[in-house]
Design a protein. Structure first.
Length: 162
């Protein structure tokens, strides 16, 4: 570890910890990527592709990005946008097209949902027409709030033994 680096820029000893800071404009990503690469780490960016343009993609790759993982919520724009809650599908397809001409590993992550189960073949077609070398299918995980009275035994203190 280089003691000259500010503490916030020093690489962590445990490379398995994901970087989970989310910002609308991650301006420090190239510096973070460079620091990780200098420490000998493999750098994987898991993203929705928002906000991203070709210039920014090139900056990240030039900084040493090894791998790019892009998530899709379906193959058809209307359903994918509905599931994701944003109008992002067209942007993801643009990013996927840009990646075809870049030297970076690509994984596609397709979120499987009851509303897009009929799109599995179309999802595979998107992957086949891309530069992806890896495809993941992930099921939707939803947090469900259920009354603790239905799930937990009574929390009343039992009476003392007689």
């Amino acid at each position: 570890m280089d003691p000259r680096l500010p503490t916030s820029r020093r690489p962590r000893r445990h490379a398995t910890r994901p970087h989970r800071r989310r910002t609308s404009s991650p301006t420090d990503l190239p510096a973070l990527i460079q620091t990780a690469r200098a420490a000998g780490l493999y750098v994987n960016l898991i993203t929705s592709g928002q906000p991203l343009d070709e210039r920014r993609l090139d900056e990240l790759i030039a900084a040493g990005l090894d791998h790019f993982q892009l998530s899709f919520q379906g193959a058809r724009e209307n359903i994918a946008n509905e599931i994701s809650g944003t109008k992002s599908h067209a942007q993801k397809l643009r990013v996927l097209d840009w990646l075809k001409t870049r030297r970076v590993g690509v994984t596609l992550n397709f979120v499987v949902h009851r509303k897009n189960l009929d799109q599995l073949e179309e999802m595979l077609a998107i992957a086949e027409n891309s530069s992806a070398t890896r495809i993941e299918f992930a099921h939707v995980q939803t947090k469900i709030s259920i009354s603790s009275k239905k799930c937990l035994p009574s929390l009343k203190t039992p009476p003392p033994p007689a």
